[in-house]
Write a protein that binds this ligand. Sequence first.
Ligand code: CUA
Length: 341
Amino acid sequence: MLNNFPLWPEQASTMAHRVDALYIFLLIVAGLMALLVCTLIIYFAARYRRRPGIRAEQIEGSNALEITWSVIPFLVFMVIFAWGAVVYFKERTPPADATEVYVVAKQWMWKVEHAEGQREINELHVPVGRDVKLIMTSQDVIHSFFIPAFRIKQDVLPGRYTVEWFHATKPGTYHLFCAEYCGTQHSGMVGSIVVLEPAQYEAWINGGPNGPLSATGEKIFAELGCSTCHRSDVQGRGPNLEGVFGKPVQLEDGRTVTADENYLRECILDPGSKRVKGFQPIMPTFQGLVNEEQVNALVAYIKSISTLKSAPSSRTTARAASASDANEQAATHTNRSQVQQ
Ligand code: CUA
């Protein structure tokens, strides 16, 4: 019955019930309020209608009434505020051990890179029953990564990372939309989220030709010469990056920041802005020398040498990278031909 008349998209994540419950509560409160107002209008219109021989009287205020209609709405709004805040913080706080996936948006497609090395375009394969964290950036304008069935939506901005997470509860294929107007083919910037059973997912994630993203990053790190200054064996001209991720960093200007994804990204693209205490400003910017995927790979590499669980491998991924570029061109081409039709 309800399936034939869907008021809501399917509920396919742990967040869906939370968001829907709050939404239904708001609808009920608003509905009851509207009903109350309508009923009173009709009742008063009849009760106090104009009748011959009866004259209107002036009424001076009523404290009891005014306190009642102030306190009750206040309590209702506080319930909405507290409930909304709880849902919001749940949605904004990714669990620490979530599977990480990098997303790069561009006009007009979604490029996805898994830590294991799989790359996809306008598709995202994830396992059911596991926390997944998306680390997202854009290489041009503002986009927004929206999965209605998971009840999550987050703007994707150029020049920084934003994050969203979900825990899919049902295998299946769900819509992915861009929810921020981003140009001519904004409406075509769609895709699918494929939620797989754990065994299927393992087969899928290990089925590709690519090495881990961190290995790609390690290779770029060596190619760009980063490893000549950022050494782990002896004191180099740049800070030793081993174990840095997630830790507080003392800056030259006295501030202390946490070495998160956004900090690493900023250091690569604008090294002067948050220089580590005790080091000379000798690092050149890599803005324009590395693309968003390469920044992601570098960040993944620096993270991998900060966590003992994943030892970086050195499988080469040049072949994988060029295959992905070909896919990207094919996808762009498809978009164009769709417009011409
Ligand atoms: Cu991308 Cu709208």
